[in-house]
Design a protein around this ligand. Structure first.
Ligand SMILES: [Zn+2]
Ligand SMILES: [Zn+2]
Ligand SMILES: [Zn+2]
Length: 463
């Protein structure tokens, strides 16, 4: 690294840290965060008391730690904020999704016999954009039109370029002034509602196809979901989902024989085409009805076919760690009154953000909260969600890892081996900051090791 005035400060800080007698403890804290870029600092203590005699058996306090704090992983899912923690999140999501397809983590292997589909729900078109399409390995022309219209803004609505995978124009409208920015933002804003209605419509349709009432179907059949949102380059979300049919007790029970893969596919197709979400009239604009795009991709998941359980789990897990920053927007909320022209984003993203702020000012649209979610281009849903019965939970996977790390602490003597029934554990923790000083960031970079993350806290979960 070339020495500049900006980093002499960092180097001075790093030297001070390296000369600190407690430096090896600092290094060990960093290793235990698994390479987290922005660890949370906690101040506190854990005490183990003998319930019968009132004797203090063991005490851990952060008082003797470097700077009097313990550094623990930030646990973000976003790769743009912390690659190490996002990788943990991705791996956990992968195992969770895969368990719902082939068993494991408390789900029996018999789940592989349940009808199961991987589907993609798309957004409708809001105007032609530059795209890269491929057919049999060769790239097709973007948007070729022989007798192309010329729009009122003077743009020829045709593009014969064969775009490269990294072309900056991908996802950008052929004419930004014709592009329906309003529709794009409103679609993102109602996408969570469309999803909910879609899931309900599948259940209703299955009940109808099975000749049952919705209430009676619950005694025979449960529909489980795991979904993830993916931003398209044009700035709208698509949803990918695993949809599985179970018996009344979830993945441990078989669905009834009438609930076949074919029936599920019919119900999905029906539901995707009928559900709508209404956006109320505002200003001089009439009420608007939004629905999924006509492209629906529905594929069965098989152990060895075209679409395997590993491929699906990998796909869902990959998108679970991404957010709208992949479209070229920013990874934080827009501050009220912020100068949008100063944002380091493409013009297309800037116009989507500006449209969120414009729409957010209408009282009739207040419920959509597009102002607060302008940096997400209007989408305020969860990126990755599962229905209750899908498989295990991320919390359970984390708890497993923490228990494993705690066992290691006991074997290596960091923690006492105590009988949990006779011991009272008192822990007190408080938040004491986040991230690294420039000097500590340098030392952390030197110390980053390929060890798997070990997010256990000595003596208990502080959060
Ligand atoms: Zn982190
Ligand atoms: Zn093009
Ligand atoms: Zn135009």
């Amino acid at each position: 690294m070339p020495v500049t005035s900006a980093n002499t400060h960092a180097i001075r800080g790093a030297i001070a840290r390296l000369n600190d007698p407690n430096c090896s403890r600092f290094a060990s804290q960093i290793r235990r965060t698994g390479g987290c870029r922005q660890p949370i600092h906690l101040r506190g203590k854990v005490e183990h008391w003998d319930k019968a005699t009132g004797t203090l058996l063991h005490r851990y306090s952060t008082r003797l730690e470097p700077d009097g704090v313990l550094r623990v992983p930030c646990k973000t899912r976003r790769a743009s904020r912390c690659p190490a923690c996002a990788e943990t999140y991705r791996a956990d999501t992968y195992h969770l999704i895969r368990a719902g397809l082939v068993g494991g983590k408390g789900v029996p292997a018999s789940v592989t016999a349940h009808p199961c589909l991987f589907i993609t729900l798309t957004a409708p078109s809001f105007g032609p954009v530059h795209t890269r399409r491929q057919h049999n390995g060769s790239v097709l022309p973007c948007h070729p039109r022989r007798d192309a219209e010329i729009c009122p803004h003077g743009c020829v609505l045709s593009c014969t370029a064969r775009h490269g995978a990294d072309d900056d124009c991908l996802g950008e409208p052929l004419c930004p002034d014709c592009y329906d920015y309003t529709g794009s933002v409103l679609f993102n804003a109602v996408a969570p509602l469309l999803w909910k209605r879609f899931a309900d419509a599948i259940r209703r349709r299955l009940a109808k196809l099975g000749g049952l009432t919705l209430r009676d179907m619950r005694d025979q059949l449960v529909v489980s979901f795991a979904k993830v949102a993916e931003y398209q380059r044009r700035g709208v979300v698509h949803l990918h989902a695993v949809i599985r049919l179970d018996g009344p007790a979830g993945p441990i029970s078989s669905p009834p024989a009438w609930a076949t893969l074919d029936l599920l596919a019919q119900a999905v197709e029906h539901a995707a085409s009928v559900v709508t979400a209404k956006v109320p009239a505002y200003n001089d604009q009439p009420e608007r009805v939004l629905r999924w795009g006509t492209q629906l991709d529905t594929r069965p998941i098989t152990m060895d076919g075209e679409l395997t359980d590993q491929a699906v789990a990998g796909y869902v897990a990959k998108y679970a760690t991404k957010a709208a920053e992949c479209v070229g927007t920013i990874d934080r909320r827009i501050v009220p009154g912020e100068d949008l022209t100063a944002l380091p984003v493409r013009n297309h993203a800037r116009r989507l953000i500006a449209e969120c702020l414009r729409l957010g000012a209408f009282e009739e649209l207040a419920d959509l909260r597009v102002t607060q979610w302008a940096h997400m281009l209007g989408f305020r849903g969860h990126f990755s969600t599962r229905s209750r019965r899908y498989s295990t939970t991320l919390g359970d996977i984390r708890a497993d890892r923490q228990n494993h790390a705690r066992d290691e602490d006991i074997t290596t003597g960091r923690l006492p081996l105590l009988d949990e029934d006779t011991v009272l554990v008192i822990s007190e923790w408080e938040y004491a900051g986040k991230g690294y000083s420039p000097g500590d960031a340098l030392v952390a970079a030197l110390n980053r090791s390929p060890m798997p993350p070990s997010p256990s806290l000595v003596g208990g979960d502080a959060r």
